[in-house]
Design a binder for this molecule. Sequence first.
Ligand code: C2O
Ligand code: CU
Length: 447
Amino acid sequence: MPRRRFMAAGAAIGLAPWVSAGAPAAQPRTLRIAPAAQKLVGAAHPATEVWAFEGRVPGPELRFRQGERLRVEVRNALPADTTVHWHGIRLPNAMDGVPHLTQAPIAARGGRFTYEFDLPDAGTYWYHPHLGSPEQVGRGLYGALIVEEREPPAVDRDVVWVLSDWRLDREARLVDDFGNPMDASHAGRIGNTVTVNGAIPDSFTVRAGERLRLRLINASNARIYAPVFEGVRTAIVALDGQPLAAPSEARLVLGPGMRADLILDCGNAPGSKHRVVDDFYRQRAYELLEIEYSREAPLRDSFAPVPRLPANPVAMPDLANAQRHRIVFGGGMMGALPRQDEHKGMFWTVNGRPVREHAHHEVLLDLKLRGSYVLELVNDTAWHHPVHLHGHVFRVLPRGHLADSVLLDPRSRAEVAFVADNPGGWMLHCHVLEHQASGMMATVRVS
Ligand code: C2O
Ligand code: CU
């Protein structure tokens, strides 16, 4: 390339603000799922055998613009059947990736399936298998799916942190006791090693005066995160991909499957360091990583107000005339465990029944297309449950923010309202994957 043209191209890249970066880069047309090896815990330790999309954990970050169409062929080179679910996307039922409900499993060692659908909502989403999830997600199968707004807010950088945890032995090998009764009947598989984007991070470098959009995705089987950014101004602008009506500085708690978009205004001095501490499990708070300011002069001295994201086209339920349903989640240790003679290995119930993983013949709720519904979700157990609904987003009452999951604290309840505007059979389940696989899932039919 002639030097002048090269310079011009370089300058354009250097100066262009993020928002005018142009069309998203060409997206992969295939996602190959296969065993791989990855250094999770640093160069000094051996690589860990994982399962991965396209050879690394997390899988490729898929980025589209709102309204675009995703088309991806999944090629399964695992020794196990699989499917891919596009968590949080309002898509046609046949593309939802639920085995035995919306599609046949993608066969081990060579099966293929093409997913193709439009992306109606901007936001932070993710993809993961929906078959044998405790093991398949636990071995590393997940990736970010980002749908950019047609006019994204002005930020200097848009960064994704996929949070996950692993149960490793001293040689950095995965302990393969997936779905064991101890995990399944208690809090689920909580690992001993937390990674950000597939590696133990030590620091994350920012520049003073920089405004970041940070997208957090909890891809852990069971671990809940409550990251606190010490000394750095953060505002939550979206939960589960769906914009909040106003930026919030409330404590952020992310159950498995949940996402948050934050605006970080890096207002500290060049060269300073600030911890990000996860203190969800109060007695076991730990430093997730350190935010390290470079020595460069500040990019700006003050920040414009935190931007609001444009709302997604989600229908508003008619609360006054909505039909109500009460759904009780039960079971677990210190709770009403299902009888083990009849329901061996099942530890959890939905309205009194333990449902085997992907046994969809029993329908919990039959909903009318375009009807408005309020679900009262009751947690009658001693454990946390992030309850997730497929194919729809709901409003979490009473405040009414949109989400596709709601984290139920032990012995608590929540109400969610939505319009059943997507026909088909949809899963409602706990996203602690060991709970889902041992009884805490149900099928909702919209027709
Ligand atoms: Cu991310 Cu049914 O799940
Ligand atoms: Cu649960």
